[in-house]
Design a protein around this ligand. Structure first.
Ligand code: UD1
Length: 426
């Protein structure tokens, strides 16, 4: 575990341009999908973050070779023969569970340690299992492992998810691609990363339609028809949204490049509600704010609603706005731990269940604070850019999971941010 601390000298104004990396939440699933290609798949625009390293280890444990050069990754799954993912890796990253679908799609079986999850609620996998069972998968649990078998083969099914879960949609999709017949996933997640996965699966020879809509159809093909592909990962809308928040907080202008603005329509609308000016181009978004920061209510919802992964960043904006607002978290239980840390910097927030009432304050004070998850960690660093004095953000390993070169990118925008070892601060 990293013992580093990010130290911010505030206040500092963030302005300029930054290139966003490929989406973490896409790249992880694209790597898992490479299992279906049974050969050497090339993935481009893969972010250099620790979650990707863990997924590389998961694939290597299954027998794949994974090579990378800058942001290009080659995943060769030709020699994969194993189908077991150990607890040691799944416990480090819940998204390891995304190999379940492609392993079932390829081998008709899988054995995956039950995930623990990060500290944002129970994060169950019941919907993954119900959906896969409809495809003919039988599950048993022994010694903390989930074993999946398909004694009667994989058969197409129509599945209605009770909630548009991203992970359940992806696992269903990656198993259904080799099921006999045409499957339908209704109430499917519509996140841009799902569309990216559907596109890659089609490049591999799958027959998927409706990605990005609530109803995805998967016409099963035989495994022999699937092959490796060369695919470019979409830009990371959450990384982009994080830097845009920094621009709106400190005034900007901040331009993020490498992102399709349609991925962030709701967040951009909220930035405008808060008094910022947002301009967009084919693959960039620019935010600036000249007037006061105005409060706005936020409700997290599945895409195209407001993303839960930007909830902490926008709570920070509300905490520094002129007035009161309510932030409602509908996607995860227990995702308000960030508020307690922000209150240590002078924010005025009252939590009641899944609602947070935020009373804007004029300024924040630098303080030692801890990342409670990766998005909260990134938001605390932004809070440090707005605050008076020095902020020390502990728990940097959370930030490393999802942000490539966060400190360097903030400094490129004019931040005064350093990364030091915790020992050097004692
Ligand atoms: C993915 C993203 C995460 C994002 C989330 C919602 C990755 C690696 N992670 O997580 O960054 O915050 O989407 O946009 O892509 N649930 C159940 N049963 C299930 C599955 C989910 O109850 O079987 C619940 C979860 O506990 C959670 C909610 O549904 O409260 C949403 O989960 P889901 O959409 O599945 O998120 P993840 O795929 O885990």
């Amino acid at each position: 575990m990293s013992q580093d601390v990010i130290v911010v000298q505030g206040p500092c104004k963030l302005q300029g341009e930054v290139q966003v990396s490929g989406a973490k939440n896409s790249a992880l699933k694209l790597m898992a999908a490479a299992l279906l290609g049974q050969g050497r798949t090339c993935l481009r625009n893969v972010p250099d973050i620790s979650d990707i390293s863990i997924m590389s280890k998961v694939l290597k444990r299954l027998g794949a070779t994974v090579e990378r050069e800058d942001h290009v990754m080659w995943v060769d799954t030709a020699k994969v023969e194993k189908f077991e993912t150990p607890y040691q890796l799944v416990s480090k990253m819940r998204a390891s569970i995304s190999v379940l679908g492609p392993l079932i799609g390829r081998f008709g079986r899988a054995r995956v340690a039950m995930p623990g999850g990060c500290q944002i609620g129970a994060r169950k996998i019941d919907m993954h299992l119900v959906g896969l069972e409809k495809l003919g998968v039988e599950f048993s649990v022994d010694h903390g492992y989930l074993s999946a078998t398909t004694p009667h083969g994989l058969r197409a099914a129509e599945v209605m998810l009770t909630f548009p879960s991203v992970g359940a949609t992806e696992n269903m999709l990656m198993a259904a691609v080799t099921a006999e017949g045409t499957s339908v996933i209704d109430n499917a997640a519509r996140e841009p990363e799902i569309v990216d996965l559907c596109n890659m699966l089609n490049e591999m020879g799958c027959k998927v339609s409706g990605g990005g809509s609530p109803c995805i159809q998967v016409e099963g093909v035989s495994l022999d028809e699937l092959h490796p592909c060369d695919h470019v990962t979409v830009g990371d809308r959450i990384e982009a949204g994080t830097f845009l928040t920094g621009g709106a907080l400190t005034g900007g202008p901040v331009t993020v490049r490498g992102i399709d603005p349609s991925f962030l329509r709701m967040a951009c609308m909220k930035l405008e509600d808060m008094g910022a000016t947002v301009e967009t181009g084919a693959d960039w978004i620019c935010v600036r704010r000249d007037g006061p920061l105005k409060p706005t209510d936020i409700q997290t919802l599945p895409h195209p609603g407001f993303p839960t992964d930007l909830q902490a960043q926008f709570m920070l904006l509300d905490a520094c706005a002129q007035g009161n607002s309510v932030v409602t978290e509908n996607v995860f239980e227990n995702r308000f731990m960030f508020a307690a840390e922000l209150m240590r910097m002078g924010a005025d927030i009252a939590i009641d269940g899944h609602h947070a009432t935020v009373h804007g304050v004029e300024s924040l004070q630098g303080a030692p604070v801890s990342s409670t998850d990766l998005r909260a960690g990134a938001a605390l660093v932004l809070a440090g850019c707005f605050a008076e004095g020095e902020t020390q953000v502990y728990g940097v390993d959370h930030i490393d999971r999802g942000y490539e070169n966060y400190v360097a990118k903030l400094n490129q925008l004019g931040g005064t941010v350093t990364r030091v070892s915790a020992d050097s601060l004692q």
